[in-house]
Write a protein that binds this ligand. Structure first.
Ligand SMILES: Nc1ncnc2c1ncn2[C@@H]1O[C@H](COP(=O)(O)OP(=O)(O)O)[C@@H](O)[C@H]1O
Ligand SMILES: [Mg+2]
Length: 243
């Protein structure tokens, strides 16, 4: 189901840098493509979503089906009211978490079947999948070192839960390498950003990113040689060639 816009999602455990990298990629894509860029998140990318987010992450404990349905409700509203209209306008949408979070967390972590959770989410969004999904793969030590502040309900869920969630993500990425890019989240913000940028540019078939560095001018020898001007053009980003 193609739309005129482009849809990128970030996935992975907490502390991997999704929020940081979504923002950096959004800024870069805006500059690179000249398109409108919408950076958003799940849960909580809309006003209703913010209420659902509060209930899911900070509300009372709930059974796995209730949790899965609340995430799906947030996602349905997010896509219907924000993501799909933006894609239909030709915008680039970058979301910090999407449907794969539900599959990894609710099935990998919470013991519902991955198939049921995926079907529920696909129904909620009428089948909309990202063009590229970046998995910021983060090991528990890195994640723990970066998480500060009060943990939310899922952050408190324990090492085993997080290990199973990470494995669920990696399995899912391995099963669909066309859509997924796995990036090691352990590098510096700039290193991770460079990898994300290159991977996304390749997947979206953006034209070559960086202009060749300009060499220092050679020392001028008298008389200066006459150099014909060479026309240099930077190719426009060709998003249209994307799959
Ligand atoms: N590559 C990185 N190296 C070190 N610290 C980072 C890196 N990326 C993000 N951080 C910091 O780690 C914390 C979690 O990052 P964040 O982007 O919120 O991750 P996530 O959204 O995946 O939970 C933030 O304080 C952020 O500034
Ligand atoms: Mg975040």
């Amino acid at each position: 189901m193609r739309t005129p816009g482009y849809f990128v999602s970030f996935e992975g455990g907490d502390g991997g840098g999704k929020t940081t990298q979504a923002r950096l990629l959004g800024d870069w894509l805006a500059e690179r493509t000249g398109r409108e860029v919408v950076v958003t998140r799940e849960p909580g990318g809309t006003a209703l979503g913010a209420e659902l987010r509060q209930a899911i992450l900070h509300g009372q404990d709930m059974d796995p089906r209730t949790e899965a349905l609340l995430y799906a409700a947030d996602r349905a509203h997010h896509v219907a009211s924000l993501v799909r209209p933006a894609l239909d306008r030709g915008a680039v949408v970058v979301t910090d978490r999407y449907l794969d979070s539900s599959v990894a967390y609710q099935s990998g972590g919470r013991e519902l079947s991955a198939d049921e959770v995926e079907r529920l989410s696909l129904w909620a969004v009428e089948g909309l999948l990202p063009d590229v999904t970046v998995l910021l793969d983060v090991d528990p030590a890195t994640s723990a070192a970066r998480m500060t502040g009060d943990p939310d309900r899922l952050e408190r869920a324990g090492d085993d839960f997080h290990r199973r969630t990470r494995e669920a993500y990696l399995r899912r990425a391995a099963a669909d390498p066309e859509r997924w890019v796995v990036v090691d989240a352990a590098g510096s913000v700039e290193q991770v950003h460079a990898q994300v940028r290159d991977a996304v540019a390749t997947r979206l078939r953006l034209a070559v990113v960086d202009p060749a560095p300009v060499a220092d001018p050679a020392p001028v020898v008298d008389p200066a040689p006459v150099v014909e001007p060479v026309e240099t053009t930077t190719p426009a980003p060709s998003l249209d060639a994307a799959p």
